[in-house]
Design a protein around this ligand. Structure first.
Ligand code: SF4
Ligand code: SF4
Ligand code: FES
Length: 233
């Protein structure tokens, strides 16, 4: 039997409180996503003390570590609920919503600022991407970003209302920088300097956090080389 301690909030203005649930793992592959699904499937959901409990609000889509929707703080670390196997944890697991975004309810947060940043930085290709051999590995790495926001959670420099847009935009920006023709790089390098390079403290707190397994150091090194030192790939 395991205990799940969940930080709950009815809506963004409501007072948060901890609620404890118990769960009997069904298989050795059970994840936190399986637990949340199973708890919500109970006809009369009750907490560990037998009090009635409202269904737990959280988000998921793929349940395969591919969409980033289920990112939350699990035992103090931002990660994906569908990738968090129960066997990795002690008897009690503490679960909270990501803290850099406004809470919608329970474990659901509003990550629209992250998507708005992508839009404002125009992180898409206007013409066919450049398939230069040297650019491909870094472009491929960057394209694996899930936009989950876990890197923003641990970043001491990211604030949702700040100029620095964090790794969640630096990673797709690296892809665009690596693949647009050199003649189009001027505007993007300007944006990179302003929204990434000048705000990033290079603390690398975001290292080894990415659920997609992206090598943040390498990505940062490459985009700094392209955008700041003008060393094109
Ligand atoms: S290196 Fe530090 S400041 Fe830069 S994005 Fe990562 S955590 Fe944030
Ligand atoms: S870089 Fe990694 S941690 Fe950051 S948003 Fe993309 S997938 Fe999530
Ligand atoms: S539900 Fe898609 S990553 Fe977890």
């Amino acid at each position: 039997m395991i205990e799940i301690l969940i930080l709950r909030r009815e809506n963004r203005n409501a007072k948060p409180y901890w609620q404890r649930f118990t769960y009997e793992p069904q298989t050795s592959d059970d994840t936190l996503a399986s637990v949340l699904t199973a708890l919500n499937a109970r006809e009369d959901l009750q907490d560990a003390d037998g009090n009635p409990a409202a269904p737990i609000r959280w988000e998921c889509s793929c349940l395969q570590k591919k969409c980033g929707a289920c990112a939350m703080v699990i035992d103090g670390r931002p990660r994906l609920a569908c990738g968090a196997r129960l066997s990795e944890f002690k008897k009690t697991i503490r679960v909270e919503p990501l803290r850099k975004f406004p809470v919608v309810a329970d474990l659901m947060v509003d990550r629209s600022v992250m998507f708005q940043n992508l839009k404002e930085l125009q992180l898409w290709f206007e013409s066919e991407a450049n398939g230069k051999d040297k650019a491909m590995p870094i472009a491929y790495q960057s394209s694996r970003c899930l936009q989950c926001g876990c890197c923003l959670e641990v970043c001491p420099n990211f604030r949702p209302d700040g100029k620095f847009t964090g790794m969640a935009s630096a990673v797709p920006m690296t892809r665009v920088l690596a693949q647009i023709p050199d003649t189009q790089k001027k505007e993007m390098t300007k944006a990179y300097r302003l929204h990434v390079y000048e705000g990033c403290g290079k603390s690398l707190s975001c290292r080894n956090i990415c659920p997609a397994g992206l090598d943040i150091d390498e990505i940062l090194l490459n985009s700094n080389a392209i955008a700041v030192w003008k060393r094109f790939l």
